[in-house]
Design a protein around this ligand. Structure first.
Ligand SMILES: [Zn+2]
Length: 505
C-alpha cells in the first residue's frame, strides 16, 4: 500500500498551461460530463498531466485504467510514468513482467483489453483517443461503465464520429501558444515541389494509397527530395516520410547514393533493430530515417528537419507528422520542414489547423464546419519557396518583399510574423481576443448578478461556439469596453424585438 501514499509528492509541478487544463477537466467532470476529451498538442507535457490526473484519483483510493492504442506503446508509457515518479503500475498483457493486478494503475493496450475481462476501475484514461476502436466504443457505451469517467487524451481529436463517444472537448492549449511560450520549437517550411496528384483518386477522404505511390515514387521526384535536403536541410537530424515501403526505401537508397547516412524503419522492423537505428540516429551516425507513417506516435528523438513526401488529406496525420519535429532541444533553433507533398498548400500551416468541436459523425452542411473562419491557406515565396501566411508582406526566410497582386491584397496585407504562426491572423478573432471578451462577459455577469452560464451563452452568441478551451475559461472578469457593452445592448434589443414579433409580452 506504500505506493498509494502521497503519490503526488514525487511528481514534478505542473506548468501553468497544464494546471489550467486540469482545472478545466475537473470543472467538466463537476458539471456532470462523463466522457471529457482533453486536447493537448505535442509538447504539452501530456504524460506529466496524465500522471497528475492519476495521482489525484489514487489519493481518493480510485483504481485507474490507462489504455494505449498499441502493444508497442505499453512499455514506453510505463517507463514514462515511472520517469515522472508514478510507481504503482501493473500491466495487462500476456506474460508481461509487470503483470500485477493488485496495482491501482493498470496500463493496457486496447488490443489486450478487447480480449479479456477489464480490470476494475473508477477512472479510465484513453490515450491517443482519436484512434478509435470498435472495442473501446463499445466499452464507453456499456451501461455497466456509464458512471465511470473516461478521459480521452489526444493532440488531434478530429476523428469522424468522436463526438458520439465524448461529451466535452477541453482545448488545453494550441500549438501556436506553446511555440510562443517556448515549449515547442518554432518552424519554417519550404515547399519546393509537389507531385502531380490529378490522377489520384480519393477514397473515404484520403488519397488512394496505390495510386499515390505511383504518383510519388518517381525517380525525378525522389531525386528532387534528396537535392532539396542537401540544399536546405543543413545536415540536420531528419525524419523523412514516404507514401509506402517502396517509396520510403527508394528515398533511403537515393540518400545513400548521395553519401548521406540514411536508414529505413517500418512497422515490421524488429524492436531491437529499431532501437539500434534510433541509437545511431541519436549519436549522429545516422542522419536520416525514412519511414512510412510508422513514426507518428511515441517517438522520442531529437528531430530538427522533417521531409514530408507523403501527400495526405488527413489533418490528423499531417499534424502528427510535423509534430514529431516540434519538440524543443538544447541548441535547437527551429525545425525545418521540407514539404514535397503539397500538404501545406492543401491543409495549411499546422498552427492554423483548429476545430472547436468534436465531430458528431453527421454529414455537414456547406460552411457549417467550424463557424470560426479558417485562416486562409498559405502561399509560397516566389524567391525561396518558403511557405508563408497568405497575407505576409515579407518572406521570413529570404526577406523578399511581396508585391501586392491586387488592391484587396494591399488593403488586407497587414504585416504578420511568418512561418510558426507566433502571431495569430487578424482574419478571424484571435484566441486572446476571445478570451478577453469572455472576461468582459464575466464582469458584466457579476455586475448584474447573472451566472457564468450567461457569459458562456453570450460568448456562443458572438462566436458560434462555447468557450471550450481552458485558456478562455480561465479569463478573469475584466471591465468591458464600450464596444462590448454596446454589443450586449444590441443583443438585448434584438431579443426584445424578437419576442414582440412572436407575440410574447
Ligand atoms: Zn523567400
Amino acid at each position: 500500500m506504500n505506493s498509494l501514499l502521497a503519490p503526488t509528492g514525487n511528481l514534478r509541478r505542473l506548468r501553468p498551461h497544464q494546471a489550467r487544463a486540469l482545472e478545466a477537466l475537473r470543472a467538466s467532470l463537476r458539471a456532470g460530463h462523463k466522457r471529457p476529451l482533453l486536447q493537448a498538442p505535442t509538447g504539452f507535457g501530456k504524460t506529466l498531466t496524465a500522471a497528475h490526473i492519476i495521482a489525484r484519483a489514487l489519493e481518493r483510493d480510485h483504481r485507474v485504467i490507462f489504455a494505449v492504442p498499441a502493444l508497442s506503446l505499453v512499455e514506453q508509457t510505463v517507463s514514462a510514468f515511472c520517469g515522472e515518479g508514478l510507481g504503482c503500475i501493473g500491466v495487462v498483457q500476456a506474460d508481461h513482467v509487470l503483470t500485477d493486478p493488485s496495482q491501482p494503475v493498470q496500463v493496457c493496450s486496447v488490443q489486450s483489453l478487447a480480449r479479456r475481462e477489464k480490470p476494475e476501475a473508477a477512472l479510465v484514461i484513453i490515450d491517443e483517443a482519436h484512434r478509435m476502436f470498435a472495442s473501446v466504443n463499445e466499452w464507453m457505451t456499456d451501461p455497466e461503465w456509464a458512471n465511470v469517467p473516461f478521459i480521452g487524451l489526444s493532440a488531434t481529436p478530429w476523428a469522424r464520429g468522436l463526438g458520439k463517444y465524448y461529451d466535452d472537448l477541453i482545448i488545453a492549449a494550441r500549438t501556436a501558444e506553446l511555440i510562443e511560450a517556448g515549449y515547442l520549437s518554432p518552424f519554417i517550411v519550404f515547399a519546393p515541389s509537389e507531385p502531380d496528384l490529378s490522377d489520384v483518386a480519393t477514397i473515404a477522404g484520403e488519397f488512394h494509397q496505390g495510386e499515390l505511390s505511383d504518383a510519388c515514387n518517381k525517380s525525378t521526384l525522389v531525386g528532387d527530395v534528396v537535392a532539396t535536403w542537401l540544399a536546405r536541410g543543413e545536415k540536420r537530424p531528419t525524419l523523412c516520410y514516404g507514401v509506402d515501403r517502396a517509396h520510403a526505401e527508394h528515398l533511403q537508397q537515393r540518400f545513400l547514393e548521395a553519401g548521406v547516412a540514411a536508414e529505413f524503419v517500418d512497422a515490421y522492423t524488429p524492436v531491437e533493430e529499431r532501437e539500434r537505428i534510433f541509437r545511431r540516429f541519436r549519436a549522429g551516425v545516422t542522419k536520416i530515417i525514412t519511414n512510412c507513417a510508422t513514426l507518428t506516435t511515441g517517438v522520442d528523438l531529437d528531430v530538427r528537419c522533417i521531409v514530408d513526401a507523403k501527400p495526405t488529406k488527413s489533418e490528423m496525420l499531417f499534424v502528427q507528422t510535423i509534430g514529431r519535429g516540434l519538440r524543443t532541444a538544447s541548441g535547437k533553433d527551429k525545425l525545418i520542414v521540407l514539404d514535397h507533398a503539397g500538404n501545406h498548400l492543401r491543409l495549411g500551416l499546422v498552427t492554423d489547423i483548429h476545430h472547436e468541436h468534436l465531430d458528431d459523425g453527421k454529414p455537414k452542411k456547406a460552411g457549417e464546419d467550424d463557424r470560426e473562419r479558417k485562416a486562409p491557406l498559405p502561399r509560397i515565396c516566389d524567391g525561396c519557396s518558403a511557405v508563408m501566411p497568405r497575407k505576409a508582406a515579407v518572406c521570413e526566410a529570404c526577406g523578399a518583399v511581396r508585391e501586392a497582386k491586387c488592391e484587396v491584397d494591399a488593403v488586407d496585407g497587414e504585416l504578420v510574423e511568418l512561418g510558426s504562426g507566433t502571431r495569430a491572423e487578424k482574419w478571424a478573432p484571435t484566441a486572446s481576443e476571445k478570451r478577453e471578451f469572455f472576461g468582459e462577459l464575466r464582469f458584466i455577469a457579476a455586475e448584474r448578478g447573472y451566472s457564468d452560464g450567461w457569459a458562456s451563452h453570450k460568448f456562443r452568441e458572438k462566436f458560434g461556439h462555447w468557450p471550450n478551451d481552458a485558456w478562455t475559461r480561465s479569463a478573469g472578469p475584466t471591465a468591458p469596453s464600450l464596444k462590448t457593452r454596446n454589443w450586449i445592448r444590441s443583443r438585448a434589443i434584438a431579443f426584445a424585438k424578437g419576442r414582440r414579433a412572436n407575440g410574447e409580452t
